[in-house]
Write a protein that binds this ligand. Structure first.
Ligand SMILES: Cc1cc2nc3c(=O)[nH]c(=O)nc-3n(C[C@H](O)[C@H](O)[C@H](O)COP(=O)(O)OP(=O)(O)OC[C@H]3O[C@@H](n4cnc5c(N)ncnc54)[C@H](O)[C@@H]3O)c2cc1C
Length: 405
């Protein structure tokens, strides 16, 4: 990569980390193309990073202690129990994660992108055209620029992936994530259990505190369930998309609110139902895997390469690990071919394993939920082990270790 030029399409978590990686790997000219006009920092949702994965990424230089976070150590699974305020806990799990605010995690990563990298906001890439030893990036405004290589960090609807594997799209998993954040943290239970998972027939809702980026906290929740099929709630869910607040149609909102009122313990129902509509949104859940992370001089990182359902809590970890592996390959490789081959070999199998685990988790936690309220500790532990294929702590929950053979 030494002396070469690299385009990075997408300037979010994966894109900033990839720009850092290729700079450290020796690229001389690095340009990030990000379609969003304004800064991305207002996306205030929560991101949980597994503590062990964090430690590896910290020593690789992709995250740092000063990035604001809140500790999570125990996760309680709760079901409604009549009118009992907090419901009934059915299980408690060791949950060694660090809770981040997406916006502040992104700003910290953005701040670490070296000054010599050109970060172009409002730059929509409409196509990438590979040739034998480079790639031309075509912008929507008509500009064209040629680079030695292009990194697709442009999320699950990637134009770079489309050039590599035409027609290979993310597939809708059949259910959605309804997310929200609020300032409603003052009376959270002081039980030392920082993560709460409300379980109900047909889904679950993760609730935890995240830093607000200004020294305080916000409540963050994400509820997974299938929308009713009959109402055709959104004509377009099967096409990769996300629905910002303004497009959340009333029928779907009413359905979700009724579901919460009927199935959540009253305390947690109030927390979700009091969340201001302008800080809630819907993300359809997708699966995506690719045959290879590289093709010619094009390569993929983050969600552009693979999308694992969020139950695994590892999407950002995977994006940051992709970048770290790219840096390692760039430093070790003597040619573009060597770099790209080494990167594909190191990341392809991890992406596929995460997607498979996340599918099992989605099937168990949303598509075919058990009778949670009848579960004792032993049943719960067995159910959890089944999703992890009975394997050990390296199962991939929270992301695989980079040290894994
Ligand atoms: C409901 C939900 C909960 C999640 N929870 C967690 C969690 O707890 N922990 C965790 O680790 N991960 C979690 N994730 C996953 C995580 O958010 C992503 O995996 C991670 O942020 C990596 O994203 P990315 O940078 O690859 O893609 P994105 O964030 O999608 O970024 C892609 C960027 O590319 C830009 N772009 C796209 N197309 C173009 C174009 N043509 N030209 C220019 N720019 C373009 C976009 O504007 C965007 O900024 C969750 C995901 C969901 C949906």
């Amino acid at each position: 990569m030494r002396g070469g030029s690299v385009a990075v399409v997408g300037g979010s978590i994966a894109g900033c980390a990839a720009a850092l990686a290729v700079s450290r790997g020796g690229a001389e000219k690095v340009t990030v193309f990000e379609r969003a006009d304004a800064e991305l920092r207002d996306r205030g949702v929560g991101i949980a990073l597994h503590g062990d994965r964090y430690a590896e990424l910290e020593s690789a230089g992709y995250v740092a202690a000063e990035m604001p976070w809140a500790p999570l150590t125990q996760r309680v699974w709760t079901v409604r129990d009549g009118e009992s305020e907090y419901g009934r806990g059915i299980a408690e799990q060791y949950f060694p994660f660090r809770a981040y605010n997406w916006g502040s995690l992104w700003s910290e990563l953005r701040r670490r992108v070296p000054e010599e990298v050109t970060y172009r906001s409002g730059a929509l890439v409409s196509a990438v055209e590979p040739d034998s030893d480079g790639v031309t990036v075509q912008l929507a405004d008509g500009q064209r620029e040629r680079f030695d290589a292009v990194v697709g960090a442009d999320g699950y609807r990637s134009v770079v992936r489309d050039a590599m594997f035409p027609g290979l799209d993310a597939t809708y998993a059949g259910y959605i994530g309804w997310r929200g954040t609020s300032a409603d943290v003052a009376d959270l239970p002081h039980d030392g259990k920082e993560a709460h998972n409300v379980a109900f027939p047909g889904g679950h809702c993760m609730i935890y505190r995240i830093p607000d980026g200004f020294g305080g906290h916000r409540l963050n929740w994400v509820l997974y369930t299938a929308p009713p099929e009959s109402e055709g709630l959104h004509p377009d869910l099967k096409t990769p998309t996300s629905l910002p607040p303004g497009r959340l149609n009333a029928a779907l909102t009413d359905h979700l609110r009724a579901l919460v009122a009927d199935n959540f313990p009253p305390y947690w129902a109030a927390k979700v139902l009091r969340t201001p509509p302008e800080t809630t949104f819907i993300q359809p859940i997708y699966d995506l895997e690719v045959p290879h992370y590289t093709s010619g001089r094009m390569l993929l990182v983050g969600d552009a390469a693979s999308v694992a359902r969020p139950h695994i809590g590892g999407g950002s970890v995977k994006a940051l690990q992709d970048a770290s592996a790219l840096e390692t390959a760039a430093v070790a490789g003597g040619s573009w071919k060597e770099i790209l081959e080494a990167y594909d070999i190191s990341r392809g199998p991890v992406g596929a394993a995460m997607v498979a685990l996340a599918r099992r988790m989605g099937a168990a936690q949303v598509e075919n939920t058990p009778d949670w309220s009848a579960m004792g500790k032993a049943e719960f532990d067995g159910w959890w082990q089944d999703q992890n294929s009975g394997s050990d702590r390296n199962s991939g929950f929270g992301g695989h270790s980079m040290k894994r053979p």
